[in-house]
Design a protein around this ligand. Structure first.
Ligand code: DAH
Length: 319
């Protein structure tokens, strides 16, 4: 039997070795990088193989010709093992309950959308190259499995517009599954989860947005965090920011180790206008970021591909 823990130690060694690339002469880096990646991929597939083999060893053969004599399945042949929620679904529940406590409504996104919600309502100019930046899949009918949960912004704004007439804010989060036509590796999946936030009122500010985001991340990771922003670009916000947190020490972070967690900004007046909201009276902010990444950091998971793998050993760790 292959020892998975040993393979994981090897993987860690390789990852440590990879850090040496920073001290290398530039002309040596490419070859070193290729060598490291080749070793890393070899170990990753050995881990996947070993885990698959271990699951096969554990599985019980079912005699489909056996009949228990009653119409009830015999427990002997159908060992009772309860299923459980997928770790991402459990974490999404935590994410949405933190936002609920902060007063947000929750609306789920859909898994098939269209050009209009993916681009037009988000102020992407027609025929603009920014439309290519999201690696979108398309069905033969021309529909789009959403590449981000921002596809729901227009619907949320229209659905909750009446809040504004009653002098209340629009405050909604939208968790959902998203899809991108990307090369898959340890940090990229074609299928992953995001959570979007939308807030509109007559007097909201960017300071409020940063306060909400800080509060969310501190609740999720259960500790005070250092946060940082840097300028970003999204057609649907102006100004746009990238929001980062300093990787907590107890999760392996060092000082100055900032991780980008999401994109955010003040909602572009055109996006409000298209939903029938007067941008001279109301302002909004919005944000959206990956859930997989959030969970990987919390549990120190090295590879995003575990989530979609259906690997039972992995899933049982979260029971
Ligand atoms: N949808 C963006 C992405 O997936 C992230 C994002 C940026 C969402 C800015 C927002 C926002 O709501 O305001 O890259």
């Amino acid at each position: 039997m292959v020892d998975v823990d040993k393979l994981k130690q090897e993987l860690k060694k390789i990852n440590d070795e990879a850090a040496k690339i920073r001290e290398m002469a530039p002309e040596k880096r490419a070859e070193f990088g290729r060598m490291i990646n080749a070793k890393r991929n070899e170990i990753l597939s050995a881990i996947a193989e070993a885990e698959k083999a271990a699951i096969n060893e554990d599985s019980v053969a079912i005699d489909i010709t056996a009949w228990s004599g009653t119409n009830e399945p015999s427990p002997e042949f159908y060992p009772a093992e309860m299923g459980s929620a997928h770790p991402l679904m459990k974490e999404l529940d935590i994410v949405t309950s933190i936002y609920r406590m902060m007063g947000f409504d929750v609306v789920e996104s859909r898994q098939l959308d269209d050009e209009y919600h993916m681009f037009d309502t988000l102020n992407f100019p027609k025929e603009h190259p920014a439309r290519d930046g999201y690696d979108t899949f398309r069905t033969e009918e021309g529909l789009i499995p959403p590449a981000h949960t921002s596809t729901m912004q227009h619907r949320v704004l229209k659905q909750f517009k009446r809040n504004l007439d009653e002098d209340k804010a629009i405050s909604v989060v939208v968790p959902g599954r998203v899809f991108r036509n990307e090369d898959v590796d340890a940090t990229h999946e074609h299928t992953f989860y995001q959570c979007e936030g939308v807030y509109v009122s007559s007097d909201c500010t960017m300071g409020q947005m940063l306060g909400i985001l800080r509060e969310f991340f501190e609740k999720y990771y259960g500790q005070k965090l250092n946060i940082r922003t840097q300028p970003g670009y999204f057609p649907f916000t102006e100004p746009s920011l990238e929001f980062m947190i300093e990787k907590p020490r107890d999760l392996g972070g060092k000082k100055g180790d900032f991780l980008e967690m999401l994109g955010c900004g003040m909602i572009h007046p055109n996006v409000l206008k298209m939903a029938g909201i007067d941008p001279s009276k109301y302002h909004g902010f919005a944000w959206g970021g990956g859930i997989d990444r959030l969970v990987m950091l919390k549990y120190g998971l090295p590879d995003v591909r575990y989530f979609e793998s259906g690997n039972l050993k992995f899933l049982r760790k979260f029971n």
